[in-house]
Design a protein around this ligand. Structure first.
Ligand code: ZN
Length: 279
């Protein structure tokens, strides 16, 4: 099997300090948390930012500051969100590509999301894919339900993103597909052969989906964006704790952990610091 790519999602848009007092929120806290996770074995960091009050935000300056603080300290692959909340301005969602991360999240369709609606209409997806291509950033295709695979391939057909397509299966969001082994198997068999994929389980499903993905040859995402509990009733104190656990479990399976450069190779990313965005 390929070496295992561990993505750490330190913060997200939904988790709050009420959920966990350990949630990193400021650019410095997020960068510190990413650095610890990188030391523990994470190859990719999926980044969201918050405003002064800790609310979800697409503030460009906060992204820029966070990216700078991370790049000063380590070579982790950067994956910036294009969906730092609901009801965002489209231009703010697209603009993160100008920071030249290697990956940008590409939520491949609209859906109910808890009590709200998460909007990713076809014309927005085309513009996001186009913007990512202009900036030499690869879309990480986030799939919350099976139809989103077809949506993403429809956009790919227009030439705005090239193989290998990288899929992130997000299971267990209320409104999306439940986190079950059957659903993960179905999704993994529904993408073009040879495409790298990774799995996220929300909340108590995080570890189950991680374990399945490790055994099936997929990759994994962990972190407080998806789950704040290390085990039932016990909050994780750091994002690195989740990464350390995956490293231990993967080694029992005999799967090596991918370095950031190996992740770049496996996902078909440009080499670090070779951005092409002139915007
Ligand atoms: Zn996210």
């Amino acid at each position: 099997m390929e070496n295992l790519i561990i993505t750490v999602a330190t913060t997200g848009a939904v988790t709050t300090r009420r959920d966990s007092p350990y949630l990193p929120i400021t650019p410095q806290e997020i960068a510190d948390s990413v650095y610890e996770a990188w030391q523990a074995g994470a190859a990719v960091a999926h980044i969201h930012v918050r405003d002064q009050d800790g609310n979800p935000s697409m503030d460009y300056a906060a992204f820029a500051e966070t990216v700078k603080l991370i790049r000063e300290r380590c070579d982790i692959v950067l994956n910036l969100t294009s969906s730092g909340g609901l009801n965002l301005r489209e231009e703010d969602r697209l603009r993160v590509c100008e920071l030249e991360p290697e990956l940008v999240s590409f939520d491949a369709g609209s859906m109910n999301f808890g009590g709200s609606v998460f909007l990713n209409p076809p014309d927005f997806l085309e513009r996001l894919a186009q913007k990512a291509q202009e900036c030499n950033v690869k879309p990480e295709i986030e799939v919350f339900e099976a139809g989103m695979i077809a949506n993403a391939l429809q956009v790919a057909k227009k030439g705005w993103t090239k193989p290998p397509f990288y899929f992130q299966f997000v299971l267990g969001v209320p409104g999306g597909m439940p986190a079950t082994p059957k659903n993960l198997l179905f999704l993994s068999e529904s993408i073009p052969a040879g495409s790298p994929w990774s799995a996220i389980g929300i909340g108590k499903h995080q570890l189950e989906m991680n374990m399945m993905a490790i055994a099936m040859g997929g990759h994994v995402r962990v972190g407080m964006e998806d789950n704040v509990y290390y085990r039932k009733g016990e909050l994780a104190r750091t994002n690195a704790q989740f990464v350390e656990r995956i490293v231990r479990l993967a080694s029992e399976f005999g799967r090596q952990i991918a370095t950031p450069d190996e992740a770049r190779e496996l996902l078909g990313l440009r080499k670090n610091k070779q951005g092409g965005c002139m915007a």
